[in-house]
Design a protein around this ligand. Structure first.
Ligand SMILES: [Zn+2]
Length: 207
């Protein structure tokens, strides 16, 4: 991606999309390019994401890059001091303070690349992602391939025993291939709410 970049100061790039769209792979690609240019590059990820390898960011395709874990947005800010390019993986899992943390890093001259899920398994905006998307200089929304129809997938289907997960289920469950699928909007199956009605989205529509 060739872009005219600011001459001075930092900026924010957001890479988002559903699971299996290649977010981590893209994050790693950008950080590697920065390293090749002689920049000091770092990837930070939330402690919660312990799939595969604690000391690395590993994409589903197998590419990996060294990463440090942080428990809070304050820790992200502290760990990232002095780096030219800072990648934040699974940014949706950090507390709301991540917006200020990113702001401080950018103000300090860093190029920050935040990658994560735009929507949770209900199809609702995930964590601080809406705000980050709003304030970013550059946004890339990647799509996966729908596991059902092969179309462009923008949503993450969570399955529990093969059925759509209940709407009220835990949002945070990083992980296993067998319980998540990338789906397009028409193949996405909303979970049921507490009353047993299918919930289409956060916007009050019911299927
Ligand atoms: Zn589909």
């Amino acid at each position: 991606m060739i872009r005219t970049q600011p001459h001075a100061g930092g900026w924010l790039e957001v890479v988002c999309g559903p699971m299996f769209c290649g977010k981590s792979e893209e994050l790693i690609r950008r950080l590697r390019r920065a390293e090749i240019a002689g920049q000091r590059a770092l990837i930070v990820k939330p402690l919660i994401d312990d799939r595969y390898d604690v000391g690395h960011v590993v994409s589903h395709a197998g590419t990996k890059m060294r990463a440090v874990t942080a428990q809070s947005s304050n820790e992200v800010r502290r760990l990232a001091q002095g780096y030219d390019a800072v990648g934040i993986d699974e940014v949706q899992f950090f507390d709301a303070g991540i917006v200020d943390a990113v702001d401080a890093l950018v103000a300090g001259g860093a190029r920050v690349i935040a990658a994560g899920l735009a929507q949770d398994f209900r199809g609702l905006p995930f964590g601080a992602m809406p705000t980050l998307l709003c304030v970013a200089e550059f946004v890339d929304k990647l799509e996966a391939v729908c596991h059902r129809c092969g179309g462009p997938a923008t949503m993450t289907q969570r399955l529990v025993d093969g059925q759509p997960a209940p709407f009220a289920g835990e949002t945070i469950q990083v992980g296993a291939l067998d319980s998540y699928e990338a789906r397009c909007r028409s193949c996405f199956q909303p979970g049921e709410d507490a009353l047993g009605a299918a919930v289409a989205s956060a916007h009050g529509r019911r299927a």
